[in-house]
Design a protein. Structure first.
Length: 276
């Protein structure tokens, strides 16, 4: 049997095993396999075939731009190896076609004066950038894409560890940070202490932890989940999910912006800002 037929049969079996989308609370039927992290995050799109979630056509299609944004942003500031430059060039070309408005936002600060202000800002915060570095503008469009991706990542990892979608009776929240946010003081130790378990992508001797890894913990009885994930060297995501939203009302410590899974693709005005 050919490789294409094997892949088609594997996908059909996967859809039969998990018939409801892991990203919209199971509102819609599974149509495909969703990779988290996306293939584009990895060098030459080569990743172990693990961490695969069921997704409907709508969630798969309407979060593809956020996947592309993270695959680019997580490479910014990385060592300029040949493979990184080659992947970045391919992804940039794709972004110009798929999301030209985002490319315009990134390039809106290309003037020498704006670049100088960006360099001074980083230096003030203890980050020394290479002399030939160019700085992109992280504006509202990019912020929204990163917020969408962050929530998608938490929903996907929730599915990985519970083997069922987070229901719309539950809630999810997530936030992202860049490596510059942790440059001076590192990642807070109390955050790592909160997440006692470790996950990454491993296939045989292939360990992809250099590209993606996460800490997490969960309570299967109450349907509680928390994770802190690193995507390459450039982006970190912290998120929580709760299966029953009534737990939030009885626990004032669980504050912040929570959404139902089905709202991932909604307007969500708070997605226009960096979430705290």
């Amino acid at each position: 049997m050919g490789q294409a037929k094997l892949k088609k049969r594997s996908t059909a079996n996967f859809i039969q095993q998990f018939p409801f989308c892991s990203l919209c609370g199971g509102d819609r039927s599974t149509a495909t396999r969703e990779h988290m992290p996306p293939k584009a995050l990895f060098d030459n799109k080569h990743r172990p075939d693990k961490l695969v979630m069921p997704a409907c056509s709508e969630c798969n299609r309407q979060t593809s731009t956020s996947d592309l944004v993270v695959s680019l942003v997580s490479r910014w500031g990385a060592e300029h190896s040949h493979s990184v430059r080659a992947d970045h060039a391919k992804l940039s070309a794709q972004a110009k076609i798929q999301a030209p408005e985002l490319v315009c936002e990134w390039l809106s600060g290309a003037s020498p004066a704006t670049q100088l202000r960006a360099r001074r800002h980083l230096r003030k915060n203890g980050v020394v950038a290479p002399a030939d570095a160019n700085f992109a503008t992280i504006g509202p469009l990019t912020i929204r894409a990163l917020n969408v991706f962050s929530h998608k990542a938490v929903l996907a990892l929730y599915f990985e560890h519970f083997q069922r979608p987070l229901p719309n009776a539950g809630r999810v929240q997530a936030m992202w940070r860049t490596k510059e946010d942790f440059f001076q003081n590192g990642i807070p130790s109390d955050l790592l202490d909160l997440m006692q378990r470790y996950g990454t992508l491993i296939q045989g001797r292939w360990d992809a932890s250099e590209t993606f890894e996460y800490r997490y913990d969960l309570n299967t009885t109450d349907g509680l989940f928390g994770c802190f994930a690193r995507f390459r060297q450039g982006l970190f995501v912290l998120g929580f999910a709760v299966e029953d939203a009534s737990l939030l009302a009885s626990n004032p410590d669980l504050d912040g912006e929570w959404i139902m899974p089905r709202d991932l693709l909604g307007p969500n005005p708070h997605f226009d800002k960096r979430l705290e």
